[in-house]
Design a protein around this ligand. Structure first.
Ligand SMILES: Cc1ncc(COP(=O)(O)O)c(C=O)c1O
Length: 391
């Protein structure tokens, strides 16, 4: 079956954050939304059918997770990453961000240091700060157009209060697929210093040809022993509204501490439709995902070629994964407040100001291209016209 990602699905007026909160976030409604990380594509037909079948039963009471739910997670991870996990290692969360917040509470105390490698997904900052912990910033280095981890900087900053690292792998916003050797070196530093790795791997399936996602915990038994992995089918299959994620930890002590935190707020029960959707997605998702990745790769190529040809001063960091593109506009204007005005009021495109991801993001924007090609082309045309007046 050939899926049609060119279809424009009207999302306005469906209580959809990406379209219906434009005015609240950007100050006007008439923008092409390329910001929050969900897709303008329909969720896969096999997921919708599974949910419809479940609805037909007409009783929506408390729901357990059957063995088949765990099997689908185990099989998907084995098939996609060669990572062998066990049912007993899996725990639950209504989302990856809630899971990260629970790990901060479970594995650190107020005043402890938590490592962030910036620029990075902005809820990581809140997870540290709003829980009364301190950020230990280990900024990524830009080397030949790709971010790299700065291990020397990290080793020089680790102190007795450094308890955890929040790792984004693949990386949001820059789209790095961290290589095995990079993760191994990071893991060894954490092992040496008794630091727990919280590996947010929500984008693990959205990896392009030529790259391979390595689950941090799959590198060695020792590294698995200090790692808690967060995953979800939500980015891959556009299911974020179903609030269904899971965590994996082979170390019983780590998993028990996480589960104790989950119990304290009693939010481990799960969502009936989320459970159904995860299973349907992981059991049937191969072909859909493969076509989706080809489509997103084409959108990325359109963006890369556009800037190369039309606005060569703009530097595009080519993503190795994710449908998010990290773009450096600083050569056009180094003042992000002025750039915001150009994008919003002139181009009328909602892309995310890079400063949200840390001060390293000044002059950068994150563009979400999980939308029909025609929308990407329209947005680029508007950016070209708007920037023509500001060169
Ligand atoms: C790196 C990363 N982690 C977590 C999330 C969100 O996770 P959830 O909606 O499951 O809380 C996102 C969404 O953009 C993300 O990019």
């Amino acid at each position: 079956m050939k899926y049609n990602f060119d279809e424009i699905v009207q999302r306005q007026g469906t209580n959809c954050i990406k379209h219906d909160e434009l005015e609240k976030i950007f100050g006007r409604k008439d923008l092409i939304p390329m910001w929050v990380a969900d897709m303008d594509f329909k969720s896969p037909d096999f997921v919708i059918k599974a949910i419809q079948k479940r609805v037909q039963h007409e009783v929506l009471g408390y729901t357990l997770r059957p063995d088949s739910y765990f099997d689908s997670i185990i099989n998907w991870n084995q098939k996609h990453h060669g990572w062998k996990i066990e049912k007993e290692w899996i725990a639950h969360s209504p989302g990856v961000v809630p899971a990260i917040n629970m790990t901060v509470k479970a594995f650190s105390n107020p005043g402890d240091n938590i490592i962030l490698q910036t620029p990075v997904y902005f809820p990581f900052y809140d997870a540290v700060k709003l829980n009364g912990r301190e950020i230990l910033n280990n900024p990524l280095k830009m080397v030949n157009g790709r971010y790299e981890m700065d291990f020397d900087d990290l080793e020089s900053k680790i102190n007795s209060r450094t308890k955890m690292i929040l790792l984004s792998s693949p990386h949001n916003p820059a789209g790095n697929v961290w290589r095995r050797d990079e993760l191994q070196r990071l893991g060894e530093i954490c092992l040496k210093n008794n630091i727990i790795i919280i590996s947010d791997e929500i984008h693990n399936d959205l990896v392009f040809n030529g790259y391979k996602h390595t689950p941090t915990a799959s590198i060695s038994e020792n590294i698995a022993n200090i790692t808690l992995t967060c995953m979800a089918p939500s980015k891959t299959f556009n299911l974020a509204g179903l609030s269904t994620a899971y965590v994996i930890a082979s170390n019983k002590e780590i998993l028990n501490k996480y589960n104790a935190e989950l119990e304290r707020t009693h939010i481990g029960l799960g969502n009936t439709f989320g459970i159904t959707a995860l299973e349907a997605a992981y059991n049937n998702g191969e072909e859909w995902l493969s076509q989706l990745l080809d489509y997103i790769q084409e959108n990325i190529t359109i963006v890369v070629n556009f800037f190369k040809k039309e606005l060569p001063k703009v530097k595009v960091i080519i993503p190795e994964a994710t449908y998010l593109i990290w773009i450096d506009f600083s050569a056009i204007n180094s003042n992000s407040d002025e750039l915001n005005k150009i994008f919003i009021d002139e181009a009328r495109v909602a892309i995310t100001d890079g400063r949200l991801y840390g001060e390293e993001g000044n002059g950068y924007y994150r563009m979400n291209v999980a939308c029909p090609k025609s929308v990407v082309e329209k947005a680029l045309g508007r950016i070209k016209t708007a920037l023509a007046n500001h060169q």
